[in-house]
Design a protein around this ligand. Structure first.
Ligand SMILES: [Zn+2]
Ligand SMILES: [Zn+2]
Length: 88
């Protein structure tokens, strides 16, 4: 029995839909709520400037931004929150 405050990892926290597996819930999060689940082991950041939506490891994205888009950023300032505000 789930107590108050506990969450079932197979239930979507946004719409309370239940899934048969965590991977299908993650797929739902990405497709329905546009909230791709962070991969803790290999965090990848979407390049906001590439139409293909390429993702990079943070230090690779810094190099990519510099080489491809001629933009210099510091790895330490790069995260999922501020990259969305990143506009030209
Ligand atoms: Zn949902
Ligand atoms: Zn790019």
């Amino acid at each position: 029995m789930l107590g108050r405050g506990q969450t079932n990892p197979k239930i979507c926290e946004h719409c309370e839909m239940e899934f048969c597996s965590i991977s299908s819930k993650n797929d739902h999060l990405k497709r329905v709520h546009n909230k791709p689940v962070e991969n803790k082991t290999t965090p990848r950041i979407l390049c906001p400037l590439c139409p293909e939506g390429e993702t990079f490891l943070s230090h690779r994205l810094v190099k990519h931004l510099k080489d491809i888009h001629d933009i210099v950023v510091k790895v330490s300032t790069l995260n999922f929150n501020n990259i969305k505000e990143f506009e030209i």
